[in-house]
Ligand binder design. Structure first.
Ligand SMILES: C[S@@+](CC[C@H](N)C(=O)[O-])C[C@H]1O[C@@H](n2cnc3c(N)ncnc32)[C@H](O)[C@@H]1O
Length: 323
């Protein structure tokens, strides 16, 4: 896929209906030979549309129209490209817990939870949020949360009546974000697309919960450091490893090694990744196309359970027969 195709696909399947501005900007980049030539200077993973849009915004790009944004970007390309080289998109979306929780509900607890690619740890705290899957509501034991995760559901998911019992948890990330550090909070907030004010409020409320709960996120690599972290989990409980919008960032060789390790591990593996990211999930989904574009495939131990909105906004349960 060329950079132009990547930006066009981002506009069509990710930004469309979510951020009119980012849709316009991404489409503008896709049709702009000068910007595409600049992007070509960067290593392939750093050409990511969301990374360009967030770094430009972080450094003060005007968020009005493509023409003004383009002029600013051409003037500030050295700073923007330097920022893109050192940063990665670390969007931490608590609403993804609304699609992860029905998968966790299929696993016998108590649970020791590890999230690979945990960013700031907001998705490590599922039992601290309130949920509304259509009419089905679930609140923390202590009462409704300041974070309400609303998710539109189709199909017949086993919506949980109780929160999972999580007795131990840890995240792993190349660059854990610290919710108490102003710069990290600012980056987390900048990663939310401009018009998404409800999402911004939700993330701010989740950050306040994380400030209180302080989920542990260890600095380390998904492949090299996961075995040691998994070995820290208590025995006598079910170890569950979650990957959510994380495996996509691994190059093919480490990606294959991580998947091999997860497959061989006794841990249960909940994956919430693009539908083409985990090969066995992709194979099992053949003949079961998504109802909507741009979503993730939710799977347990590589068995597809559902298509999930990339930000947890929808859950289309599949009920595929067991392989
Ligand atoms: C898009 S964020 C997803 C955060 C969270 N899982 C969620 O669903 O909201 C992806 C995270 O994966 C991390 N990451 C990327 N490559 C990694 C690797 N090789 N090892 C550990 N973490 C990695 C990034 O630093 C980033 O914080």
């Amino acid at each position: 896929m060329t950079a132009a195709e990547w930006y066009r696909r981002f506009a069509d399947t990710e930004a469309a209906g979510q951020s009119a501005l980012y849709e316009t900007l991404a489409r503008g980049v896709a049709d702009d030979p000068a910007l595409l030539t600049l992007l070509d200077e960067l290593p392939r993973p750093k050409q990511q549309p969301n990374l360009l849009l967030a770094c430009a915004r972080l450094l003060g790009a005007p968020l009005s129209d493509f023409a003004a944004w383009r002029v600013w970007l051409l003037q500030h390309w050295p700073e923007v490209s330097a920022e893109m080289r050192i940063r990665a998109t670390q969007t931490n979306e608590p609403r993804r817990c609304a699609t992860l929780l029905p998968a966790l509900a299929l696993i016998d607890g108590p649970i020791a939870l590890i999230e690979v690619g945990a960013s700031a740890g907001l998705t490590l705290l599922p039992e601290h949020y309130s949920y509304a899957w259509g009419e089905h509501r679930l609140d923390p034991a202590a009462g409704p949360s300041t974070v309400l995760l609303e998710c539109e559901v189709t199909g017949d998911p086993p919506l949980p009546a109780r929160m999972p019992e999580i007795v131990w948890r840890a995240g792993l990330d190349l660059n854990p974000l610290d919710v108490t550090a102003p710069d990290d909070r600012h980056w987390l907030e900048t990663l939310i697309w401009p018009e998404q004010t409800a999402r911004l409020e939700r993330v701010r409320a989740a950050i306040a919960i994380a400030e209180r709960e302080r989920p542990r996120v260890v600095r380390g690599d998904a492949v090299d450091d996961l075995p040691a972290l998994a070995a820290e989990a208590p025995t006598g409980v079910t170890l569950v490893i979650v990957t959510s919008a994380a495996i996509v960032y691994l190059m093919p060789e480490p990606r294959a090694r991580l998947i091999e390790w997860l497959r061989a591990s006794p841990a249960r593996w909940v994956s919430n990744e693009g539908a083409g990211i985990v090969p066995r999930v992709q194979e099992a989904l053949a003949g079961h196309p998504p109802r909507r574009p741009g979503g993730f495939a939710l799977a347990l131990d590589e068995r597809p359970l559902a298509y999930a909105g990339a930000h947890g906004q929808t859950l289309d349960w599949l009920s595929l027969p067991a392989a």
